[in-house]
Design a protein around this ligand. Structure first.
Ligand code: GDP
Length: 456
């Protein structure tokens, strides 16, 4: 058993708000809080999960009016004794109370340290800990659903089942080697081959959800390409609903901006290289195309914008050629104006992927949203039956596990001895164990928690 010191942190944001929560966890949480708190009853006498009204005092000086919530381990977030002080949510008052706690020997927590204690205390596994952060960071409903699902243990359960199957086979081989009279390895290789195929197929299925998982979590990386003046900035403005991109009639007047995330009908689009949209120089046309090539490489979705009021020029035609082998949507913009583009101009493109749009009137944006949904989320996403791998760390471990299983299969094919199998089987078992945190190196776990927010 490890013994922790007692830690404290402001668990709410450090801005002005109605209430600010200071969280204290560890063996001395209740005792120290009791020394600072004055109310009708002593905190140490309260039953677990009871709140008390009172004041925090620094000696005789009243610091704030608070509600103290007392929770006794092990049934708490951290598994330790925990006190939460609901103070007034002012940065100064919270800082003063934090200083008092530190004076009483309590240490300010590192980012993620409360969750780390939940993990070390065995209350949650690593997928659960990571899901906590994902819930906090979720930027759209689907990301939130997926993280809540992971928090409730869906991924842990799936991984544990796969590990159990592997462990069973390893144990069988070892028993058979130790005790050949009672366990026979006759015909075992074929059986093992079947089990490995099953496990590998399940791992593959999880890995395959990675792309969709990343899209759920981070958004669809979207490149908006097109020659200058077709209306890319205007379309972005329409999508973001702001005037952040500057639109003018003069080519090349729009400036660099950072990546932009936009929420579009429950989907997050991560607009990449928005600078490229506006980055024009002397060689305007050329750079437009070169930048487009670059940003298209990084994109899940390419939106090519054309101007329906002008005939296609050679840059349009080059861009049309370039998008063909990508996931694309062609936005034929300025549909409010008279069109000079005919069907013939766009022959060779998938009709289903061409949308008439107007960044001026807003026509076509509903269609665009439906089209994106259809392209990236083929079926309604159902989190009850499907786990989505949204974490690159998990995906990397799954790939390593799969590689180890491939090696077992190769050993079987090569007719190697059974004791060879166990080495790679155990390697797969450990790779899967990294996902739930069981075989994770300490410094790696520390690194994961260090990316958490303060007070969580
Ligand atoms: P970009 O260079 O591709 O980013 O193009 P801009 O968004 O800067 O637009 C160029 C010009 O086309 C501006 O004068 C816009 O007001 C105009 N424009 C953009 N979209 C539309 C549209 O749907 N209809 C009309 N009539 N004009 C538009």
């Amino acid at each position: 058993m490890y013994k922790n010191d007692t830690i404290c942190a402001v668990a709410t944001g450090m801005g002005q708000s109605a209430i600010g929560i200071i969280r204290i966890s560890g063996p001395e949480a209740i005792e120290v809080s009791d020394r600072l708190f004055r109310g009708r009853r002593r905190l140490s006498e309260l039953p677990s999960f009871t709140a008390a009204f009172g004041h925090i005092y620094d000696g005789d000086k009243k610091m704030d009016e608070v509600i103290a919530l007392v929770m006794k381990g092990p049934h708490t977030y951290t598994t330790e004794d925990t006190v939460e002080l609901d103070c007034h949510g002012g940065p100064l008052v919270m800082r003063r109370i934090m200083e008092l706690l530190v004076k009483e020997g309590i240490r300010p927590a590192e980012p993620g340290e409360f969750t780390k204690r939940a993990y070390l205390g065995g209350r949650i596994d690593m997928t659960g800990a990571e899901a906590v952060m994902d819930v906090i960071n979720a930027e759209n409903d689907m990301a939130l659903q997926s993280s809540l699902d992971q928090l409730s243990g869906s991924l842990r359960k799936a991984i544990t089942e796969l590990r159990d199957k592997i462990l069973y086979e390893t144990a069988f081989i070892e028993s058979a080697i130790d005790d050949p009279e009672n366990y026979s390895l006759d015909g075992y290789s074929e059986k093992l081959d079947g089990v490995i195929n099953d496990v590998a197929a399940s791992i593959d299925k999880l890995i395959e959800t990675g792309d969709e998982g990343r899209i759920i979590k981070e958004g669809i990386r979207t490149a908006i390409v097109g020659r200058p003046n077709v209306g890319k900035s205007s379309i972005m403005n329409m999508l973001t609903g702001t005037d952040r991109a500057i639109v003018t009639d003069i080519e090349g007047t729009t400036r660099d901006t950072l990546e932009e995330y936009i929420s579009f009908g429950g989907i997050t689009l991560k607009l990449i290289d928005t600078a490229g949209i506006r980055d024009t120089d002397d060689a305007v046309e050329k750079i437009g195309v070169d930048r487009a090539i670059e940003s298209m490489e990084k994109a899940d979705l390419v939106m090519l914008v054309l101007d329906s009021s002008e005939s296609l020029n050679e840059n349009d035609i080059r861009l049309i050629e370039m998008i063909r082998d990508r996931k694309y949507i062609v936005l034929v913009n300025k549909s409010d104006m008279e069109s000079v583009l005919g069907d013939g101009d766009l022959s060779g493109l998938d009709k289903d992927r061409i949308i008439q749009i107007s960044a001026k009137s807003g026509e076509g944006f509903d269609l665009l949203r439906d089209k994106i949904r259809e392209m990236f989320f083929s079926a309604e996403i159902d989190f009850n039956n499907q786990i989505y791998i949204t974490n690159v760390r998990h995906k990397a471990s799954l790939i390593r596990a799969k590689e180890s299983l491939d090696r077992v299969k190769a050993s079987i094919e090569d007719g190697m001895g059974e004791d060879f199998y166990t080495i790679d089987l155990m390697a797969a078992y450990e790779s899967l164990g990294e996902i739930i945190g069981e075989t994770l190196e300490d410094d790696l776990a520390d690194k994961i928690f260090s990316e958490f927010c303060m007070g969580k």
